[in-house]
Design a binder for this molecule. Structure first.
Ligand code: NOJ
Ligand code: CA
Length: 557
């Protein structure tokens, strides 16, 4: 297994709007981040990934960029960003920016000029005349990921433009070489400033099939077989790769609907490699049918199957990411664990994914065990994607109003976007002003200050296992994966075997019921040392709910 700096990282993701408010206007900002750099460093992480900080009308909270070279004024100035960048670097942490280039905001200068027919910009986006006698029908039947058709008519230009996300997020035309040069310039702008790499938003969507043929008539994501991926994806990514290589930057591509087999077309190490790793989504369906608003309850076997495939298929030839939360996913304890056993299930979840091979990610608030928000009505929900779920479910006529609301509340991206709970003070230590979004009322109990004081807290457990992942990196980061008791619906047991002969064992009861430990005890070799776990004490005859352990065996001499 090839060694590389980016493989060993634990990365902390910041969704700036809800991280920490430094100036009391109720919105998270860079000043707030600066004040928390020591806290982030104290987790033992090696990098920060910022969800978009750029100028944006915030229709999709920064994933709609109106200026790639400017900081959103709500978050501060370029000077503030540079202070954060330097502050992170001084503390030995890398900085990864979000690169959102499948689409821009409709307020970007390029789009305005494109709509006006400016010759330089007219082909920057994907424009087509309408169909039908009066030209009132969209150019094809593609749908957007967010509600509705993938096309919007623009009066000024008299044509439709393609938007695979919100109406305000027109897709860029990467078939136009001028657009690709713009992307490379943007990459150079940030890498030249000292940024260490990019997380690349829906990067597998940037090439669309020539002629934009109709999609297979399915009710969601119609047309995706023509852009996920499109014919020129590898060619374009190789061009962007060259720029990243000039700077030795890391590239992490977001890749919806990705399988290990297809991922290898992007991430196999060697001369055709286009990305260092990908964010795949398969394990996020362990509690639902494909989309999170069709929940089934957590199924451990499903989670294990996904982890097993990715661990085995990539071993020795490609690299992966490991995450349990991000700004698009509800809180994982509320999904795969138990809110009643928050600390215990939070520790078990942390244990099972931290020692898998792959770069390790922790999302803001995950380390203190933040939970889903108790939404009462649709008035509480602002996420566009939740409304997409709602309209999809309504169309089937299969669900009651109550179920639709319950499912969408459970699945809402808003769950991950409530302000970080720093303390029990008013405003949760997030702001001294009026918070821009609901703070979870449980902040009086669940907050970083309380976790900081308690040696057995989830926060301190994250610190511990992040350090262990590094200490035993030959096995934890680079080791070969070997799984036991695959058929168990309660127990997750695996071993990581380092090339130096070191061995690391993860055992976890991922259920809220006790489980016999007899089979597990036969797997753990005599002399293995227990280095972490949910509760004090080693394996007994029975494993308690969410009991997890990490054991290590020193390398053979
Ligand atoms: C994926 C991002 O993570 C998500 O938040 C965003 O809405 C879409 N891409 C569109 O940019
Ligand atoms: Ca602020």
């Amino acid at each position: 297994m090839k060694k590389a700096w980016y493989k060993e990282l634990s990365v902390y993701q910041i969704w700036p709007r809800s991280f920490c408010d430094g100036n009391g206007d109720g919105i998270g900002d860079l000043k707030g981040v600066l004040g928390k750099l020591d806290y982030i460093k104290s987790l033992g992480v090696d990098a920060i990934w910022f969800s978009p900080l750029y100028a944006s009308p915030q229709k999709d909270f920064g994933y709609d960029i109106s200026d790639y070279r400017a900081i959103n004024p709500d978050y501060g100035t370029m000077e503030d960003f540079k202070a954060v960048l330097d502050g992170a670097h001084e503390r030995g942490m890398k900085v990864i920016m979000d690169l959102v280039i499948n689409h821009t905001s409709d307020q970007h200068e390029w789009f305005k000029k494109s709509a006006a027919g400016d010759p330089k910009y007219k082909d920057y986006y994907i424009w087509r005349p309408g169909k039908g006698k009066d030209g009132k029908r969209p150019p094809n039947n593609w749908m957007a990921t967010f509600p509705g058709p993938g096309w919007q008519f623009n009066e000024e230009r008299g044509e439709y433009y393609l938007h695979l996300f919100a109406v305000e997020q027109p897709d860029l035309n990467h078939d136009n070489p001028a657009v690709r040069e713009e992307v490379k310039d943007i990459m150079r702008f940030w890498l030249g400033m000292g940024v260490d790499g990019f997380r690349e938003d829906v990067i597998t969507y940037i090439s669309k099939r020539e002629g934009l043929p109709n999609g297979f008539p399915i009710p969601i994501m119609r047309g995706q077989e023509h852009y996920s991926p499109g014919p020129n994806i590898h060619k374009y990514l190789l061009e962007y790769r060259k720029v990243a290589e000039e700077f030795g930057a890391v590239q992490i591509g977001e890749a919806p609907m990705m399988t290990p087999k297809n991922a290898l077309k992007y991430i196999t190490e060697g001369k055709d490699q286009q990305l260092d790793m990908m964010f795949q989504f398969q394990h996020m369906s362990a509690d639902c049918i494909v989309v999170s608003y069709l929940p089934t309850g957590f199924k451990l076997r499903k989670l294990k199957r996904v982890f097993r495939r990715w661990q085995n298929k990539l071993y020795g030839i490609a690299w992966n990411t490991n995450y349990m939360e991000n700004h698009d996913q509800p809180r994982v304890i509320s999904r795969f664990g138990s809110e009643e056993m928050r600390t215990e299930s939070g520790k078990a979840i942390a244990t099972i994914y931290t020692f898998l091979s792959g770069t390790h990610f922790v999302y803001q608030g995950q380390e203190i065990g933040m939970l889903n928000y108790p939404f009462k009505s649709w008035d509480d929900i602002i996420d566009v994607a939740s409304y997409c779920g709602k309209s999809m479910m309504e169309k089937t006529h299969l669900f009651s109003k109550k179920t639709i609301f319950r499912n969408c509340a459970y699945a809402s991206r808003d769950n991950a976007r409530t302000p970080v709970q720093w303390s029990a003070e008013e405003g949760a230590g997030f702001t001294t002003g009026t918070p821009w979004f609901h703070i979870n009322p449980n902040y009086t109990e669940i907050n970083a200050a309380a976790e900081e004081k308690d040696p057995n807290s989830l926060l301190n457990y994250y610190r511990k296992i992040i350090a262990l992942r590094k200490e035993y990196k030959e096995a934890a980061v680079y080791g070969r994966y070997k799984e036991y008791l695959k058929g168990s619906g309660k127990l997750y047991v695996y071993e990581k075997i380092g090339e130096d002969g070191s061995r690391l064992f993860v055992v976890a009861n991922m259920s809220g019921k006790k489980a016999s430990a007899a089979k597990v005890r036969r797997i753990i070799p005599e002399g293995a040392r227990r280095v972490a776990g949910t509760y004090d004490g080693s394996l007994a005859d029975f494993m308690r709910p969410y009991e997890a352990h990490v054991f290590v065996v020193a390398p053979e001499k």
